[in-house]
Design a protein around this ligand. Structure first.
Ligand code: AMP
Length: 198
């Protein structure tokens, strides 16, 4: 292994009502995570792409680390199949825990939950709070419009060219895993110039 990445945090949809194309990629990603010797950190639920991906990690020899707030446990969302389960107070400390115990991040297609989790990882990296590999897995071109919007942010100087290096856009689960396998952590923390120049 080129790096010490072991635990991959996966953010993705909790919906059970999506087109099959999304579950197919979630399953494929789970398989690759397990078969390549990684574990998954995720929301700990039995729902949607989250469970499709996590259960496949387990089926392929990886461990499942779930992090969920009490409110969602009370709603009956928790799976009993986690190798480690961490109970959180709310959505914010849950994210902190997921960050603490993971070495890399993959965001798949999702709704507000996924978008918020992904965006927070980006700003943490942009400002130098972490140096993790962040992958956006663009299943079915789901994020094409968001990627256009990111370009608009750069064009209109809300972000700079360095922002392009924050994330890797993968078109397939295999590309996502290959990127993580070969990821080299940047040695230095971003300078003020790198963050704020336009
Ligand atoms: P969404 O994209 O809105 O479906 O939200 C999914 C994301 O939010 C996942 O990456 C989870 O980390 C978190 N999340 C949303 N709902 C749940 C749930 N019922 N149990 C655990 N995590 C959840």
């Amino acid at each position: 292994m080129l790096n010490n990445i072991k635990n991959i945090c996966v953010f993705c949809s909790s919906s059970d009502y999506l087109d099959d194309v999304y579950y197919k990629d979630a399953k494929e990603l789970g398989r690759l995570i397990g078969q390549n010797g990684y574990n998954i950190v995720y929301g700990g639920s039995t729902l949607g792409m989250m469970w499709t991906c996590a259960s496949e990690v387990k089926n392929n020899g990886g461990k499942i680390y779930g992090v969920m707030p009490q409110r969602l446990v009370d709603l009956g969302c928790r799976t009993d199949n986690c190798d480690e389960f961490h109970l959180a107070q709310g959505m914010r400390d849950r994210k902190q825990k997921m960050d603490d115990i993971s070495d890399a991040v993959i965001a798949m297609a999702g709704g507000f939950g996924t978008l918020e989790e992904f965006a927070e990882m980006c700003i943490q990296k942009q400002l130098g709070f972490n140096k993790k590999a962040i992958v956006l897995l663009n299943t079915n071109g789901f994020y094409d419009d968001l990627l256009k919007f990111f370009e608009k942010m750069i064009e209109e100087k809300f972000a700079n060219n360095y922002a392009r290096d924050l994330i890797f856009v993968a078109n397939t689960p295999q590309e996502a895993i290959d990127y993580i396998k070969n990821y080299i952590k940047p040695e230095k923390t971003p300078t003020k110039h790198e963050i704020y120049s336009r």
